[in-house]
Write a protein of this length. Structure first.
Length: 649
């Protein structure tokens, strides 16, 4: 095959493996000779990745991350609309609306996360869409105009190339005509090369007709040997330069750009004239060797890209599995949901750092991840909806108590009204939390009504205040006595503590404004004493339990262990409930501080109970182990052999 005999329409591919023989008047000095198909290797056969796939992968790697980036890219393209590919324009359009859709989805998720209903969501108008459409339509209109101009140019070029073919035919009707018109035909051939675009459906047939008439011209040509050798020399210089350029591309940093440059070199190689027969195979082999290396690097580049995409798919699949593995039935409080929300946001941020996956999986894996995240936020919204209903019910109940307190505050029936208000205060403590924004307000309303009554009661019972001051002094004495007992050591003081508590309970009311403070001091010293007493009692209780377990059989121990496990679960549930209530209390108010302190003490006592239960469970496991060891060490009944039996007999 002659590498110079390919149609110009195949400019983006390497040399085709066809066979063409050009006839010359002198076989020994032929300008064009036959080569074998085996000597040819095509660039297109070596490249696995098609130009379309390559463009798509490059687009995905350089995809805009915002609508403004899409608009800026369009503005840049609008400067040279003749270079804009239709696929790139449509890709930017799809990218814009994909980003717009992502904005709407994110806004809807935020709307739902803030407590709204998904069906009530209305996306905000897209402020950038008019700008996008304007630039997009301008480019499309310009491309349409350019396409029409290009089509006209192709038709004009087709007409001119057909004329060139006819002119060459006319100038090569005989050997004498061909020799006489050599320079004119050379000019026509040079003009042919300058005419590029023709309709694709005519390109192949046009090239074949041109090649036939050129071959016929050379068949008729009586060109002297010296001129022919000069042409061979110039053509060899061109092909050598092309080989050198191709060899430089072998080490190019960008294998994709090198591959595209190689296609241009192949086109120029085909269009350059023939060389001497003895040099033809050598120069072609050199050019082909460089092409093979460039094609291989191009192929390896996209293989590496595909491997990276597979790695990204594995990473994104792992993120999907992490989100899917989250137990959405576990969170019971605001803090639990907040912790899970942070986890989801961290996983979403990690997702954004991972690159593209294989094209066929890119949308699927994203839809999987987004669906799981959407499910999480829906469940979170459902939780907060139920929470708001609970808070609203609590607010309604506390409002009723506040109204009742306000209706009693003007009463002068001091004793009965005092009892009634104290009862209302107990009911208040039993009601759960309300929303933070109204917590202080509703508490102040209730507390002000209570304070108003008791202040007026104190003003009306002046003598009673003196008694209350005396009671305050007595209660301080009880606290001092408890403090001395605590400092002396807690062993054997249970009865004394009990007596002092009886004294405390027997003492009457103290001034209303000081009752919380004195009670807090009393409660603190009692808690410290009971904590120490409880530790001592716990030790004795655990020791007694160990002794009891040591005397029990395996079945009794199993029953005891089941009982302890049930008790353990009950205590854990109780602690969880208190912690949930604690997360909703507003401790900025006086009543809030008191309630928080009370719940905290209960939680601490329950945790102490958990330690006792765990110690007892540990004791049952130890006893089981001891029993198992004892059974293993019990000697088996001896087996009497026949010889021993005879000897004993």
């Amino acid at each position: 095959m002659d590498e110079n005999k390919l149609p110009a329409s195949e400019q983006t591919q390497a040399v085709d493996a066809t066979e063409t023989t050009a006839c010359t008047p002198d076989a020994d000095n032929a300008a064009i000779v036959k080569t074998t198909p085996e000597a040819v290797e095509t660039t297109s056969e070596q490249a696995i990745v098609t130009p379309e796939e390559e463009t798509e992968q490059q687009q995905e790697q350089n995809a805009p991350t915002s609508k403004l980036e899409v608009i800026e890219r369009l503005k840049t393209l609008s400067e040279n609309p003749e270079d804009v590919k239709r696929s790139e324009l449509e890709w930017l359009k799809q990218t814009y609306y994909r980003l717009r859709n992502a904005e709407v989805v994110a806004a809807r998720e935020q709307f739902v996360a803030d407590g709204g209903q998904a069906d009530d969501f209305m996306p905000a108008p897209d402020a950038d869409e008019s700008t996008f459409k304007q630039i997009y339509e301008e480019i499309r209109d310009k491309r349409a105009q350019l396409a029409a101009e290009e089509e006209k140019e192709k038709q004009d070029n087709l007409k001119r190339k057909l004329e060139i073919i006819e002119e060459i035919k006319a100038k090569s009707t005989s050997a004498e005509e061909a020799d006489k018109n050599f320079e004119a035909v050379k000019q026509l051939m040079a003009e042919w090369k300058t005419i590029t675009l023709v309709p694709a459906e005519n390109a192949t047939e046009l090239w074949k007709n041109y090649q036939l008439c050129v071959d016929h011209f050379y068949d008729q040509l009586h060109l002297n040997h010296e001129a022919r050798m000069y042409d061979f020399k110039k053509n060899l210089e061109i092909k050598t330069r092309l080989c050198e350029e191709a060899e430089k591309l072998m080490e190019a940093a960008d294998p994709v750009a090198a591959f595209h440059h190689l296609q241009l070199l192949h086109q120029e190689y085909r269009e350059s004239g023939p060389v001497a027969k003895e040099q033809r195979e050598e120069i072609w082999t050199r050019f082909k060797a460089a092409s093979t290396v460039i094609n291989k690097r191009h192929q390896e580049h996209f293989v590496a890209l595909k491997e990276k995409e597979e790695e990204n798919l594995q990473k994104k699949t792992a993120l999907c599995e992490k989100v899917e593995s989250l137990d959405l039935n576990a969170p019971k409080t605001f803090a639990d949901w907040d912790k899970l929300t942070k986890t989801i946001i961290e996983l979403q941020a990690e997702w954004k750092t991972i690159g593209f996956t294989p094209k066929k999986m890119n949308t699927k894996i994203f839809e999987r991840f987004r669906a799981t995240c959407d499910h999480f936020f829906r469940r979170k919204a459902e939780f907060f909806k139920g929470l708001r209903e609970s808070l609203a019910a609590n607010l309604e109940a506390k409002t009723k108590l506040a109204e009742m307190a306000e209706s009693l505050k003007e009463s002068t029936d001091w004793n009965e009204t005092s009892k009634r208000l104290v009862e209302l205060q107990k009911q208040w403590k039993e009601i759960g939390p309300v929303a933070h924004k109204v917590s202080d307000e509703i508490w102040a309303r209730f507390n002000d009504a209570c304070n108003y009554f008791f202040e007026h009661k104190n003003a009306a019972t002046g003598d009673q205040r003196k008694v209350e001051e005396e009671n305050l002094a007595k209660k301080n004495e009880v606290i001092e006595s408890l403090q001395k007992l605590y400092e002396a050591g807690v062993e054997g003081i249970s009865e004394q503590v009990h007596d002092l508590q009886e004294q405390w309970n027997a003492i009457g009311h103290v001034p209303f404004r000081k009752k919380d403070k004195i009670y807090k001091k009393y409660r603190e010293i009692c808690d410290r004493i009971y904590k120490e007493l409880h530790v001592s009692v716990r030790r004795r209780s655990i020791e007694n339990f160990r002794k009891e377990v040591a005397e029990k059989g395996e079945d009794e121990i199993s029953k005891e262990r089941r009982r302890l496990r049930n008790a353990l679960e009950a205590k854990q549930a109780e602690i969880k409930n208190y912690e949930t209530n604690l997360s909703f209390f507003n401790s900025k108010s006086k009543a809030g501080d008191s309630l928080v302190a009370e719940i905290t003490r209960k939680i601490e006592r329950l945790r102490g109970d958990l330690e006792d239960i765990n110690e007892k469970l540990k004791a049952t496991r130890v006893q089981n182990k001891k029993q198992s060891v004892a059974e293993d060490m019990t000697p088996a009944p001896a087996v009497e052999t026949e010889a021993e039996a005879t000897q004993q007999a």
